[in-house]
Design a protein around this ligand. Structure first.
Ligand SMILES: Nc1ncnc2c1ncn2[C@@H]1O[C@H](COP(=O)(O)OP(=O)(O)OP(=O)(O)O)[C@@H](O)[C@H]1O
Length: 298
């Protein structure tokens, strides 16, 4: 399958500042990719180059099979900035009709776009009365004009409550299922953990890790945390079987390498009904993120 976005050996410098250095990756049709990185890591610079707003210093880019910023690329790429601003006096319907007219498309398609983002019931209300989540949906409806093949979303869920975030990602899932590629930046690690196919970690302008969460987890080889709730916290058999465990709050806590996990679980299982409950916690995306960032000296 031809990638929607291909970036190869991309470098961008600003008067002495290396914002991006030798970045290479691609995004396939229907793929949801998260771009993570600390403040100043180069995420916005990357997006601006993909959108054709600024040129790369060196490197090759192909956006929907063409050059970033070309009329053909602009027709197929949509962008949603972090803080979308609309005229508060316009209704959602008027705003989208206006954008359609600007794009030379029949304004009659506005209601269908608002329906797609779940805003049809509020279409005739002024945007000034919308919640932040609703305004983000107007932004998404605007981004969907012309059925783009690539959506570039800059922290699209920042400031949204958990339910609005979940709804927003559900919308993105639907778009990806129809073949749109999604590249989004975020600082909300737990949500991208569950709602994207691949994660890119930028650190000081370099791509320091790339892969699905299980890939990154395997590569980082971080310890697994196990919490055991015994029937009797003072049971000496537990200390004997699990001498490395630390007692706290009526439970026993231990960590082990991924490779040792099954052996440790087998030791715990042999304790039978001396154990009331057990919780196995793999490293979170936050742990993995700081592992790769730290590896780069952050
Ligand atoms: N126009 C510019 N002139 C000079 N330096 C710039 C310019 N734009 C970005 N930079 C620098 O490039 C680096 C990357 O910035 P960028 O805005 O891409 O980071 P970011 O990952 O989007 O950060 P944030 O999460 O804070 O938005 C930073 O060191 C920034 O100061």
């Amino acid at each position: 399958m031809t990638p929607t976005l291909t970036i190869s050996a991309l470098t961008r410098r600003f008067a002495g500042v290396a914002a991006l250095t030798d970045v290479t990756f691609s995004v396939a049709p229907g793929e949801r990719v998260a771009l993570l990185g600390h403040n100043g890591a180069g995420k916005s610079t990357m997006m601006k180059i993909i959108l054709g707003l600024i040129p790369a210093t060196t490197g090759q880019l192909s956006v929907c099979g063409t050059t970033p910023g070309s009329p053909e690329a602009r027709r197929q790429v949509a962008y949603l900035p972090e803080n979308v601003a609309f005229h508060p006096a316009l209704t959602g319907l008027e705003q989208i009709r206006h954008y359609l007219a600007l794009r030379g498309q029949p304004p009659g398609g506005a209601m269908a776009l608002l329906e797609q983002v779940g805003l049809a019931p509020a279409a005739h209300r002024r945007i000034g009365t919308y919640s932040k989540g609703m305004r983000q949906r107007v932004g998404l409806a605007q981004a969907l004009i012309g059925a783009p093949r690539l959506l570039v979303l800059d922290e699209p869920t920042s400031g949204l409550d958990p339910v609005s975030r979940r709804d927003f990602y559900t919308l993105l899932d639907g778009l990806a299922a129809q073949g749109a590629s999604i590249l989004l930046s975020s600082h909300a690690l737990t949500e991208v953990e569950a709602r994207t196919d691949r994660i890119l970690i930028l650190s000081k302008g370099r791509l320091v890790a790339e892969g699905s969460l299980p890939d990154l987890r395997r590569r980082a080889a971080l310890p697994v945390a196990i919490t055991i709730v015994p029937r009797d916290a003072d049971d000496p058999a537990l200390r004997q079987a699990l001498p490395e465990a630390t007692p706290a709050g009526g439970a026993l806590h231990l960590t082990c390498g991924q490779a040792d996990k099954l052996a440790v679980l087998a030791r715990i299982t042999r304790l039978g009904d001396r154990i009331r409950d057990i919780e196995v916690q793999p490293p979170s995306l936050e742990d993995i993120y700081s592992h790769f960032s730290q590896r780069d000296g952050q």
